[in-house]
Ligand binder design. Structure first.
Ligand SMILES: [Zn+2]
Length: 333
């Protein structure tokens, strides 16, 4: 008997026809699951959105014009199943950013888990991933090559603080580059809770209340302006780098999964490289796949083809489901 849930992969997203549900679609659809609020996952305008409460809050804040046109179900709570067109849907934490969730879809005892973007090791800000047993796993592979090995959050915190303190002690300005949602808040949280005066880019600052509601403090953090940028650590978007370098003695730290690459220093032209990510590294991905017990593994994003080969070599039924449809940058605006 065929499984009760089939899955269609396309550049427009992932679709489950038996229950008429899209996963992170890229075009307007009727019913969509948003795994998290990064723009390459949640930018569409479905008629009805299913997501966690924090993801819905972040989505509305990012795209306020969607508030009136997009209907939402009651937000999914972690571990609490809801019925949907003959299947059971359950959200589970995915670590990646605040609100990020995996979706477990169960019908007739058959389980599909869609990870969305996921981090297995505990994040600085976010809920640690639950590994969910399933028959079929749809997993991302942003960093699905053995060259990617990241620091755990304890070591990443230590490196972030050390760079900021040493730079300030030399009367220079430590600048951390990050995208507006996720890494920027994590770096600001580490700096501010250690007592380092910190300013963040306005595009990051607007999300702080949602992170605070989730329990992460940002004591004394201000939105960056030219007036308050001195003698403080700055967390800004990469586009501000040239402007800041023209204004004074700044030193740039690059906190990213890409910092694990051998050529990262040349590529990023950074004073400090801290290989920490809100995505799983290679060994975390292998541990996650093994932990689910999945019989079939579909890989999306990034290094889907090579990771599928590596998993097949290890005995998995694995395929690159959406080859090369995704950005190869981690940059999620
Ligand atoms: Zn993401």
């Amino acid at each position: 008997m065929p499984p009760p849930l089939s899955i269609r992969f396309s550049p427009e997203g992932i679709y489950l026809p038996e229950i008429d549900l899209w996963l992170d679609p890229r075009r307007p659809v009727a019913h969509a699951w948003f795994s998290h609020a990064h723009s390459d996952h949640a930018s569409g305008r479905p008629t009805l959105v299913l997501a966690t409460e924090r993801t819905l809050e972040l989505y509305r804040l990012r795209w306020p014009e969607s508030t009136d046109v997009v209907q939402t179900l009651e937000p999914l709570r972690f571990g609490v199943p809801v019925e949907w067109k003959g299947a059971t849907l359950t959200a589970w934490p995915a670590g990646h950013i605040v609100g990020a969730a995996q979706l477990c879809i169960e019908a007739d005892g058959y389980r599909v888990v869609y990870t969305g973007d996921i981090k297995l090791n505990p994040p600085i800000c976010g809920i640690t991933t639950t590994v969910v047993q399933c028959n079929r796993l749809i997993v991302e592979s942003t960093f699905g090559l053995p060259i990617y090995h990241f620091l755990d959050q304890t070591e990443a915190r230590r490196r972030i603080l050390q760079f900021a303190q040493e730079t300030l002690a030399e009367s220079a300005t430590p600048v951390f580059l990050g995208y507006p949602l996720g890494r920027g808040q994590e770096i600001a949280h580490v700096l501010a809770t250690a007592g380092i005066p910190t300013s963040v880019h306005g595009a990051m600052h607007k999300f702080l209340p949602i992170y605070e509601a989730e329990g992460y403090a940002f004591p004394g953090v201000e939105a960056y302006s030219a007036k308050n940028g001195r003698e403080r650590a700055l967390v800004v978007v990469p586009g501000m780098r040239d402007y800041l370098e023209a204004r004074g003695d700044v030193r740039v730290a690059y906190v990213s999964g890409w910092a694990a690459l051998a050529n990262a220093r040349t590529r990023a032209n950074a004073h400090e490289l801290i290989p920490y990510s809100d995505h799983a590294d290679f060994s975390e991905l292998l541990d996650l796949v093994a932990g689910t017990g999945a019989e079939q593994v579909d890989i999306v994003h990034g290094y889907a083809e090579p990771l599928a080969r590596i998993l097949r070599d290890r005995g998995y039924n694995a395929q690159a489901a959406i080859a090369q449809m995704e950005r190869l940058e981690e940059g999620e605006a």
